[in-house]
Design a protein around this ligand. Structure first.
Ligand SMILES: [Zn+2]
Length: 163
């Protein structure tokens, strides 16, 4: 993805108030993110470990989503990230996104198991170390990236779907 600047990131959030989007903690090293290897910018809140954020292009615009990890820590057992479909032991957790707009006011949310460190983009490119059973996939990196972006698109569509 293209490198993003702080104001674009803050303006992209669809499922929190403008005040929250102004205050939330961004990654400290925006200029040092491996942008060309990222399909989405994802990070855990450095000051609130149960919170995470994900920003990606969706339908021609930037879409930022606030996530919560309802369970303390991550499960020790192996589970599969539903975005990049990687099986990791202890590295995948349930993340819950309040629905955008009226859905959030009605308490609706979308839960998905995903890489707890939000590094799917690096995982599918073989650039992040993961522990877990080695699954030999016949897909190329390009195919794994395409699968990740399509799963991500579906997830964002669910967050944005009118309640
Ligand atoms: Zn993942």
């Amino acid at each position: 993805m293209e490198a993003l600047l702080e104001p674009e990131i803050r303006a992209s959030f669809v499922n929190c108030t403008k005040g929250e989007a102004r205050r939330l903690n961004l990654p400290r090293d925006l200029t040092e993110q491996p942008w060309s290897d990222l399909d989405y910018l994802g990070w855990r809140d450095p000051q609130a470990p149960a919170r995470g954020y994900l920003v990606a292009e969706h339908g021609g615009r930037l879409c930022g989503v606030v996530l919560r990890a309802p369970q303390a820590g991550t499960a020790r057992r192996s589970s599969m990230c539903s975005l990049c479909l990687t099986v990791r032991s202890g590295g995948v957790s349930l993340m819950v996104a309040p629905r955008a707009g009226r859905g959030a006011q009605q308490g609706h949310s979308v839960g998905t198991y995903m890489c707890a460190d939000l590094t799917c983009s690096l995982v599918v490119r073989g650039k992040a170390a993961t522990s877990g059973p080695v699954v030999h996939e016949t897909l190329t990196t390009e195919q794994r990236v395409a699968r990740l972006t399509s799963n991500l698109d579906e997830f964002l569509a669910r967050v944005l779907r009118p309640a």
